[in-house]
Design a protein. Structure first.
Length: 367
């Protein structure tokens, strides 16, 4: 492998034959991505897209725990509170992150994200929106944003709505964690390869003699050799219960149906009670924003999804719950957020409307 950066760099890039590689090298931070990281990844991908010697790109996370646990929300939190000298970070971070995600979605060559380990938030953004997503038995996938006063972003309006039935709504509201078989069932992963064979897979990609115009067929054929038949997806067994409980017209209706499901005492009673209890720990405002976001965005393409999500981020950055959620989860770590408003009943439709209001010349627009 021809390394283009030193081992101390947070983004490592290289090329072997026709395969370019990018490694997020922040294992102590679970490979969470900073704005500077995005600014390193973006030009690398654009250069590879234009380079005829590059036929495919593989993206990985360093260490043995995470592909990418998300974006650097702590830095956004501090900037939003006026800590430091980068008051524009809450606007710039999301804008550049979303622009990169859009480019990944449109990348003209096979883009292969190896989601081996924790993959959440921004990690989902730079993987699910690409062409190939390789899960392993170590994959742990989630969109946990309602627990920090945010909402599922990075294109989730688009990709959660492509899950079977009401599973996308369930995942977006609850932040439920998935393993490999479920990521494949939901469409977040395209293949499952055993962790012990990932090095062999990358070596096979390295050694491929690429044929211009046939790269995707070559990647498909290669992956077919490495991806065994998946185990049954636990979510498949929950599908009917999820559809029953999460098809309500409001978050309150969802909670009521979960109460009834638990009271009925069937095979999913424990799941329903646990799910309802989990929802009640989330930001009430985030739950209502997320419900509306996923409802109005059912048919959105990625561009429309990112534009909506950017608008929402800018309103959220000017409100309370994001800062309180990050404080409770990442700063003080007391896990006792004091949401404002504190209950769903206090979150009015007018309040939710305000998060979806246009933001004028600050809107995210794509050329």
């Amino acid at each position: 492998m021809r390394d283009l950066t030193s081992g101390d760099d947070e983004i490592l890039v290289g090329q072997e034959g026709g395969l370019a590689t990018l490694t997020i090298n922040r294992p102590r931070a679970l490979n969470a991505l900073t704005l500077d990281n995005y600014r390193r990844i973006d030009p690398a991908l654009r250069a590879w897209a234009a380079d005829p010697s590059v036929h495919a790109v593989a993206v990985r996370g360093a260490g043995d725990r995470a592909f990418c646990a998300g974006g650097d929300v702590r830095a956004v939190y501090e900037a939003g509170l006026g800590i430091g000298d980068d008051a524009e970070l809450p606007a710039v971070f999301f804008r550049e992150e979303y622009e990169l995600i859009r480019f990944i979605h449109r990348f003209p060559k096979p883009y292969i994200a190896i989601i081996d380990g924790i993959t959440m938030g921004g990690g989902a953004g730079i993987s699910v929106n690409g062409g190939y997503r390789i899960a392993t038995e170590r994959t742990l996938f989630a969109m946990p944003e309602t627990g920090i006063g945010l909402f599922p972003d990075v294109g989730a309006t688009h990709f959660l709505n492509r899950c079977p039935g009401q599973i996308g709504r369930y995942l977006g509201l609850t932040g439920a964690r998935l393993h490999a078989a479920d990521t494949l069932y939901c469409g977040f992963a395209t293949h499952i390869v055993p962790h012990e064979r990932i090095a062999e897979l990358v070596a096979a990609l390295d050694g491929t003699i690429w044929v211009a115009g046939r790269e995707r067929r070559q990647v498909d054929g290669l992956l077919a050799r490495f991806a065994p038949n998946p185990d049954p997806a636990p979510l498949a067994a929950l599908q009917l219960a999820i559809d029953r409980c999460f098809s309500g017209g409001t978050v309150e209706e969802i909670l009521d149906v979960l109460v009834a499901e638990a009271a009925a005492g069937g095979v999913h009673a424990g799941w329903a009670a646990e799910t309802r209890a989990g929802l009640l720990t989330k930001s009430p405002t985030s739950l209502k924003i997320t419900w509306r976001q996923l409802t109005i965005g059912r048919a959105y393409d990625l561009d429309a999804a990112l534009a909506l999500e950017y608008r929402l981020t800018q309103h959220v950055m000017a409100a309370h719950d994001f800062y309180e959620g990050v404080r409770a989860t990442l700063i003080d770590k007391d896990q006792q957020p004091r949401w404002q408003p504190a209950t769903l009943a206090e979150v009015t439709e007018d309040m939710v409307d305000a998060y979806f209001a246009p933001i004028g010349d600050r809107e995210l627009r794509f050329a």
